[in-house]
Design a protein around this ligand. Sequence first.
Ligand code: NAD
Length: 514
Amino acid sequence: MSMPAPGSVSPLDGSALSPVQATPPDRVADLVAAARKPQALWAARPLADRSRAVLAFARAAVDRHAEITAILAAETGRSELECGLNEANGILEYAKGAVSVARKALKPEKVSFSPVAFPGKKAVIEAVPRGVVGIIAPWNYPLANFYKSMFPALLSGNAVLLKPSEHTPRSGAWLAGVAADTLPAGLVQLAQGAGDVGAAVLDSVDAVTFTGSVATGRRIAARAGERLIPCSVELGGKDAAIVLADCDLQRTVAGIAQWSMHNAGQNCAAIERVYVEDAIADAFVPALARAVGRLRVEQGSGMSELGPLQNAQQLAIVEEHVADAVAQGAQVLCGGDRVGIGLGYAPTVLDHCAPGMQVVDQETFGPVVAIIRVPDAKEAVRQSNASPYGLNGSVWTRNLARGERLARALDVGIANVNNHSFCGIVPQVPWTGVKETGHGVAASRFSYGTFTRPRTVLVDSNKDPDPFWMPADENLETLAVAVRDLSTGALGAILRLLPVLGKRVKAIRALGDG
Ligand code: NAD
């Protein structure tokens, strides 16, 4: 049987979804060109004004939440409750946080110069927008992956071109529609389609922020390198949680069930590996299996914790990883099979996993958590770090000071104690990783390097030429030595420096005499 075209059917029951027209790749440059004029006018408006407009846009999105939760539910198969809770409802709150980050990140910075070395000078460093920023998104959070980058990009004074995943084109289209109704015409553009359209975006924009797989991220970074445009790449993950013998068992079980199964594990920061100390493993592992086994996969009733897998390719990866683990001796404690009539997969806990299994070494991106029993925390940290990825990591313990120490030893962008990955919805926190998770930063002031460039404006009100200008003479030599000595704290050097300054000015002015 042939696979349906990406994004054309419901993951829940296979029913057809409304068709979406792809943008011809050779039209993408026109979309970028069409954004240039509104971008220039937008950038000229004060930040307070842009902030008001962005907040009005976010408010309109919340006012229309019923539309987007229905679209998200149709595209992902998740319940409307889940779509609202985890993506749609938080958009205005996120925008408010993004505005407060922008106020700090975009604040002009004065430079103070030494009056001796640089008399009469002042400078200010400003953050200037890049122009048109391309935002290329994956399918796992079709709305939130956009607005995380869209708000700082717009607040910086850029226009944006949104490129949704071909698997979830309608949520991005809806966001662009709300923007068209509330923001200046042409400021937010939309290109639909697959990798060929994404590649065309790369060819035209002034900066790009990409969220997706490692393989595509490498292509994006290479093309951005060729064009010498800034790029932020937020890629895959294989997050680990470390469960210590002294943890609060009930809370740890609930927390790990939450962050391994959230969005059916289709989360770059899902807990996919759990390293549990032998001393607590026999209590923790069955309790986790009981909790995960109770979670319900959406069947059309609306009251469920998980949706199905979003697409058939992802389901195939999950099935392959579980089969590989079982073949190598892992034990299925719950789940381990499909559920429902669509792409549902039962929440799965695999015990006795080990390095060499795909569920331990590769990103699974599904509702599967691998348990690796370890003798102690040291071994847990060692194995956690033996991964090509590093997004979030967590340590679960009642000893907070020890937890913090161990969290710092994790090779990750966000190190948690007694929680995991919730910072993805906090605009002040840099969402970033190490190694193959990519060097990109979404959110926080650290993300502004992609959206803005620094421009320094310097004004020199010194009436005299600077004393170190040409020509060279013995007074310049005295000056050079005195300035060096002064830098070492030899204040007496000032007595040597002052008498030569006037002579230097005279000599420099004489350069221009006929
Ligand atoms: P993907 O790389 O297949 O696609 C992502 C986007 O890139 C899509 O819009 C796609 O059309 C586009 N694309 C594909 N080829 C392209 C090309 N050559 N040039 C430009 N654009 C191109 O990823 P996916 O399967 O949609 O998403 C799942 C992956 O995303 C997982 O690995 C997950 O971990 C990762 N992810 C990471 C984060 C993070 O913050 N680190 C967040 C969410 C998802």
